[in-house]
Write a protein that binds this ligand. Structure first.
Ligand code: BES
Ligand code: MN
Ligand code: MN
Length: 457
C-alpha cells in the first residue's frame, strides 16, 4: 500500500487537472439544454475509467441520460465491490451569487470551487483515480464494477430499469458510494441512514384567466393568497405536519438510539452562525440532529405566480404554483406519502379554486448496517487515513437508488462520503476540499484491502 500512496501523492497535480476538466462540463441533468454536456461528461468518465484499466467499459443508453459501466474482475475468489456515483450535477443558478463561474473551477483556500466539485464529480473521480492507483501499483484487492449514472439529481428514474435488466453485470458483495458528508475533517464519520423523498408540484387555479386586480379584486379568490394559506396550514404550532396519517408509519427510535445519535458533535451556535440565522426551528421535542436525521419534513422548494418581473403590474392571477419536497424516514413509503399529501391538499382547498398535484420523483429511506464486513472495512480505512475512528451518523439527504439496490440486488451499501455539510452542495459556491479529495483517494484502496481481508475469514 505504501507504493500506492506514493503513486497518489506523486500524481496529485494531474488528478486535480483531470477533475477540473470534468468540472468544466456543465452536466446539468434537470435542464434539457445541457443534454450534450451531460453526454460529454458521461463520455469523459467512460474514457477515464478505460484509461485507468477498466474492462468492458460501456456507455449504456437509457430513456434519459446514459449510465457508464465498467469492470475489473481479477479473481472470482475475491469479493466484488460495486462503486456507484453520479456525474450529473444540480443547476448552478442563481449564477450571479457565485464568486467565480460555476463551471470554471478554481482552487481558493485549499478548496475546489465548482458546481459538482463535491456532489458528486469530485467524489466519483476519487474512485477512478484510486482505481488507477491500485492498477498501476498492482494492489487491487477486490473485483470491482463501476456504475456511474447521469440522473441522480433528477431522481434516478431510469436507473431502476437498468438495475433490473443488468442483474448479471451487477453481481457483487457490496455497493460503495461516496456521495455523502462527514461531520468535520477532524471528526470523520460514516452516514448510516438516508431519508426518503416525495417531491410534488402543486397548481392552484382560480379564475380561468388573469384579471385586473382592481376591477375584480375583492370579489374573486386570489390563487396565490389561497395557496399560501393552504401551505401555511400544513404545519401546526409544534411544527408537526398536519397531513392526516403522515406520521403513522414513522419508526420511532428508542431512547438509547436517540441518546447515541445526539452524541454526534454539534454546536448549535456554530450552526446558526454559519447559516446567518438567529434562531433554529423545527418539530417540538426533537434536537436539530434528530430533525434532520430521523424525522420527516415538509419543505417548500419554490413558489410562484402572478407578476414577478421588474416594476409593478396590477394583476389577480389565474394560477399559483409551488414545488414541495417531503423527506421521509424508515418505514414511510414514498408513494403513500404522495398519496396522503394529495388527498389532504385537495381536501383543504376552498371552492374558489381548483387544485392539481403532479408527483415528481420519489425515493425510499434506508438505514445501512454498522455490523457488516463492509462497514468495518470502511471504518478501518478511514481510521487509518484520518487517524480517528469514524462515528456513524444519520444523513438528511436522499440517494433514491440505495433502497432499490437493496430490493433488486439484495445488496447493502456503504456510504463512505468525504464531503462536509458546509461544502454548499446544490448552492452557489459549492466547493470540495483538496484535502478531502486526496484523503478519499488514499482511503478507497484501504477499503478494498480490508474488505478483501475481512471477507476471507
Ligand atoms: N449527494 C446528495 C445526497 C446527500 C447529500 C446525502 C449529503 C447525504 C448528505 C444527492 O446528490 C442529492 O442531492 N440527492 C437529492 C435527491 C434527488 C432525488 C434529487 C436530494 O437529497 O435532494
Ligand atoms: Mn450526490
Ligand atoms: Mn445532489
Amino acid at each position: 500500500m505504501e507504493q500506492t500512496l506514493d503513486f497518489i501523492k506523486t500524481n496529485e497535480k494531474r488528478f486535480l487537472d483531470e477533475l477540473f476538466d470534468l468540472l468544466r462540463i456543465p452536466s446539468v441533468s434537470a435542464d434539457g439544454k445541457y443534454k450534450n454536456d451531460v453526454a460529454r461528461a458521461c463520455q469523459f468518465v467512460a474514457d477515464k475509467l478505460k484509461a485507468a484499466g477498466a474492462d468492458n467499459v460501456e456507455i449504456c443508453p437509457t430513456k434519459g441520460h446514459p449510465i457508464v459501466y465498467g469492470e475489473k474482475l481479477i479473481n472470482p475468489a475475491l469479493p466484488t465491490v460495486i462503486v456507484y456515483g453520479h456525474y450529473d450535477v444540480q443547476p448552478a443558478d442563481p449564477e450571479n451569487l457565485w464568486t467565480t463561474p460555476p463551471f470554471e473551477p478554481q482552487i481558493r483556500d485549499g478548496k475546489i470551487y465548482a458546481r459538482g466539485s463535491c456532489d458528486d464529480k469530485g467524489q466519483v473521480y476519487m474512485h477512478i483515480k484510486a482505481f488507477e492507483s491500485m492498477m498501476k501499483t498492482n494492489t487491487l484487492a477486490c473485483n470491482v464494477r463501476f456504475m456511474i449514472e447521469g440522473e441522480e439529481e433528477v431522481g434516478s428514474d431510469n436507473l431502476g430499469t437498468f438495475v433490473k435488466e443488468n442483474k448479471d453485470r451487477l453481481k457483487g458483495d457490496v455497493i460503495l458510494i461516496s456521495d455523502t458528508s462527514m461531520v468535520a475533517n477532524d471528526t470523520p464519520s460514516i452516514e448510516v441512514g438516508l431519508r426518503g423523498l416525495s417531491y410534488v408540484q402543486v397548481e392552484v387555479t382560480g379564475p380561468n384567466h388573469d384579471l385586473h386586480s382592481g376591477v375584480y379584486g375583492g370579489a374573486v379568490g386570489n390563487p396565490i393568497q389561497i395557496l399560501c394559506e393552504m401551505i401555511a396550514s400544513m404545519k401546526d404550532k409544534n411544527n408537526h405536519i398536519t397531513i392526516p396519517g403522515f406520521y403513522d408509519d414513522v419508526l420511532e427510535l428508542t431512547k438509547e438510539e436517540r441518546t447515541e445519535l445526539n452524541k454526534t458533535p454539534f454546536s448549535e451556535a456554530d450552526y446558526k452562525k454559519e447559516l446567518g440565522v438567529d434562531e433554529l426551528v423545527g418539530e417540538t421535542g426533537y434536537t436539530a440532529l434528530e430533525r434532520t436525521g430521523i424525522r420527516p419534513t415538509f419543505e417548500l422548494n419554490g413558489i410562484w405566480g402572478g407578476y414577478t418581473g421588474e416594476g409593478s403590474k396590477t394583476v389577480l392571477p389565474s394560477k399559483a404554483f409551488a414545488k414541495i419536497s417531503m423527506r421521509l424516514v424508515p418505514n414511510q413509503k414514498s408513494d403513500k406519502a404522495t398519496e396522503l399529501f394529495t388527498k389532504h391538499f385537495k381536501s383543504i382547498a376552498p371552492k374558489t379554486v381548483k387544485v392539481k398535484v403532479t408527483p415528481f420523483h420519489g425515493g425510499e429511506p434506508v438505514v445501512t448496517p454498522t455490523d457488516s464486513v463492509a462497514f468495518k472495512a470502511a471504518s478501518m480505512a478511514i481510521e487509518k487515513t484520518f487517524g480517528k475512528k469514524p462515528i456513524p451518523t444519520r444523513g438528511g439527504g436522499s440517494i433514491p437508488i440505495v433502497a432499490l439496490f437493496e430490493q433488486e440486488l439484495g445488496l447493502k451499501s456503504v456510504l463512505m462520503g468525504f464531503g462536509l455539510d458546509s461544502d454548499l452542495i446544490h448552492s452557489p459556491n459549492e466547493h470540495y476540499g483538496v484535502f478531502n479529495f486526496m484523503k478519499g483517494i488514499e482511503t478507497i484502496p484501504l477499503f478494498f484491502k480490508y474488505f478483501a481481508e475481512l471477507s476471507k475469514r
